[in-house]
Design a protein around this ligand. Sequence first.
Ligand SMILES: Nc1nc2c(ncn2[C@@H]2O[C@H](COP(=O)(O)OP(=O)(O)OP(=O)(O)O)[C@@H](O)[C@H]2O)c(=O)[nH]1
Length: 308
Amino acid sequence: MTETSWTQKLANGLKRTSSKLTDNLGGLLGSDRLDKATLDDVEDALIASDLGPTTAARIRDRLTDARFDRGVDEKAVRVVMADEIAKVLGPVAKPLRIDAFPRPQVILVIGVNGSGKTTTIAKLAHLFLEQDYGVMLAAGDTFRAAAIGQLKVWAERLGVPIVTGPEGGDAAGVVFDAVKQATATGIDVLIVDTAGRLQNKRELMDELAKVRRVLGRLNPAAPHDVVLVLDATTGQNALSQIEIFKEVAGVTGLVMTKLDGSARGGVLVAAAEKFGLPIHAVGVGETIDDLRPFDANELARAIAGVTN
Ligand SMILES: Nc1nc2c(ncn2[C@@H]2O[C@H](COP(=O)(O)OP(=O)(O)OP(=O)(O)O)[C@@H](O)[C@H]2O)c(=O)[nH]1
């Protein structure tokens, strides 16, 4: 996909988020000037748009400093917002790099069921294939036959090898076999699906701990990445998921999906502000091309609704 069409896709995908921001700011953008009461309302509106309190306060400060004596210029307000959002996203925008030695680099992908985990694994595999890396998938979510089946379909479509086990089988066993096969066949990246049963935190924690132990036996540096997939439509709930998965799985980075289906894309900024974890990529659609590492400025402009 060309850069222009991706920028366009990002802007389109984030339309609901940027429109919500505009709706929440309501008539404020049309006021004659920004007095204290109006600025208070702006700050509240930004928080209601999921942006996070620190970013909201910083945008307010910038708007306070700006001189709006001659009426509030909507474009100028949007540019200030984009600018402040970019400052938060800039330091955390970090694409996944394949630099593990010895190979393979093992990426554990975690997240609650329905967050877009399987689709994200396929999209990541596609990105790595585009960069000429050898990719293998491992169906470590042995809890549900559907999850195994879905991943198999993606592996076939992408033309990459996949290691699976029986439904209800031992996830750590699948991962063990996968690492052995990946090492033997010179695979660069092994992407591992995992179960997303947050309902039973203890069980999930035990299972992930076992997967880690087994991986560590084969390669002390593995897993190299533990990527948490978050669904933007869950809004602030995404923040509590980060908290829980950090505790149970030692998250090293995030992918935010479904930014296109949500008016709550601002939560990406709140997540960056609160946790400072690397954000590897964002998803703005259901097709294989709809996930990309992002440019902080570009994404900030899309969230703030700055056009051209
Ligand atoms: N609009 C949109 N839909 C997405 C995106 N990513 C995933 N989806 C859709 O979200 C749904 C759930 O995605 P899955 O990849 O199956 O999610 P999962 O976490 O593996 O879910 P389970 O298989 O139920 O555990 C599917 O219909 C995907 O097509 C995205 O970025 N945008």
